[in-house]
Design a protein around this ligand. Structure first.
Ligand code: UD2
Ligand code: MN
Length: 359
């Protein structure tokens, strides 16, 4: 790992009074103190350890996009993958460097096994960056991860198993919490699913007593109206068939609504697989700049989603987010056309069948 020694040599020495949150909006000093190879507690339900997966699961291309990620967290993401994934299941790890300041962040990591690096020559945002990574991917299954994750024991086989059984399924792990101050790895509840309100704000929702009762087996998948967005596995031809992402969306935000509505309405489904666990550093604010402004970008991206996918229910979105009304959102003809060609169901169908709890 002499290459990795070199990777860290350029890191700064911490002086008293320096703010470790300044660059990345998490405790960079603590992250640097912790080994890139650390041991994690296995946070799964004990019954998960008794499950068996096919010996011939398909391999996957892992796509990680990043813009100015801390080297310590980026390296730990990759090493956790290399350490906790059967080697034959990783076709490649594709890093998409979204025009980070230091081009070496990405390049130096290609010293690690399986790692490839693509660098954007201008800031594209995570949506177009993921599409670039997906287009370059050689495996039949795509796995997306954020650049500050740690995968836990046996995280991948249960996800691939589900895709093998049903390639129209799009699956996420339970997302454990890596504390942004201490970097402690904390188990998340596996009784949660993704939800949202009419302003298109994502939130985790407790399963209702009735939903829990229907799930006698804690290892069974949980259907979810929406995915958090960052960590999921999808069959590559299904991803392409469904229209990848809306590449007119910029920087960050809204793409998880768009892909979630599209998957459900166009013949697929979204599930959280409780026996797969991946930790993620949740932060309170964005560490990076939005060239068009944070709010404008979120409105543009969600407005595109509302206009293309929500039919008459988009009016609820405008009532909840009046500021969105006057904002420009670009051309949506291509996406409307896609919806027609794929013969997708209505948003009313989605509400009735997938998310009746949204009032
Ligand atoms: C959540 C998702 C994230 C994305 C987002 C909505 C999880 C754990 N995270 O926000 O993946 O779906 O909701 O858009 O579900 N990045 C770029 N270019 C940019 C900006 C960001 O490549 O211009 C990268 C960034 O380095 C990171 C990923 O995109 O690896 C997601 O960004 P984030 O971590 O700031 O988003 P997060 O976790 O708050
Ligand atoms: Mn993230």
């Amino acid at each position: 790992m002499s290459g990795m020694f070199f990777y860290f040599r350029s890191q700064r020495r911490w002086k008293p009074g320096q703010d470790p949150y300044k660059l990345y909006a998490f405790n960079q000093r603590e992250s640097e103190r912790i080994s890139s190879n650390r041991v994690l507690r296995d946070t799964r339900h004990y019954r998960c350890t008794t499950l068996h997966y096919d010996p011939d699961l398909p391999s996957t291309s892992i796509v990680i996009t990043f813009h100015n990620e801390a080297r310590s967290t980026l390296l730990r993401t990759i090493r956790s993958v290399l350490n906790r994934t059967p080697v034959h299941l990783i076709h490649e790890i594709i890093l998409v460097d979204d025009y980070s300041e230091d081009a070496n962040d990405c390049l130096l990591l290609t010293k690690l096994p399986k790692v490839k690096c693509l660098r954007n020559d201008r800031r594209e945002g995570l949506i177009r960056s993921r599409v670039r990574g997906a287009d370059a991917a050689k495996a039949g299954v795509l796995t997306f991860l954020d650049s500050h994750c740690e995968v836990n024991k046996d995280w991948l086989p249960p996800l691939l198993q589900r895709i093998k059984e049903d390639p129209t399924c799009v699956v996420s792990p339970v997302i454990d919490i890596i504390n942004m101050d201490t970097f402690a790895y904390v188990a998340a509840s596996s009784d949660l699913r993704g939800g949202f309100d009419w302003s298109l704000h994502f939130k985790w929702e407790q399963l209702s007593a009735e939903q829990k009762a229907r799930r006698a087996d804690p290892t069974e998948p949980i259907k979810t109206p929406i995915i958090a967005g960052g960590l999921f596995v999808i069959d590559k031809s299904w991803f392409n068939h469904l229209g990848k992402y809306d590449t007119a969306m910029d920087i960050w935000g809204g793409e998880n609504f768009e892909i979630s509505f599209r998957v459900w309405m166009c013949g697929g489904s979204l599930e959280i697989i409780p026996c797969s666990r991946v930790g993620h550093v949740f932060r309170k604010k964005h560490p990076y700049i939005f060239p068009e402004g944070n709010a404008n970008t979120y409105i543009k991206n969600t407005r595109r989603t509302a206009e293309v996918w929500m039919d008459e229910f988009r009016l609820f979105y405008y009532s909840a987010r009046p500021a969105a009304r006057g904002k420009s959102y670009g051309d949506i003809h291509g996406r409307e056309e896609l919806r027609k060609i794929l013969k997708c169901k209505s948003f009313k169908w989605y509400l009735d069948n997938v998310y009746p709890e949204l009032k």
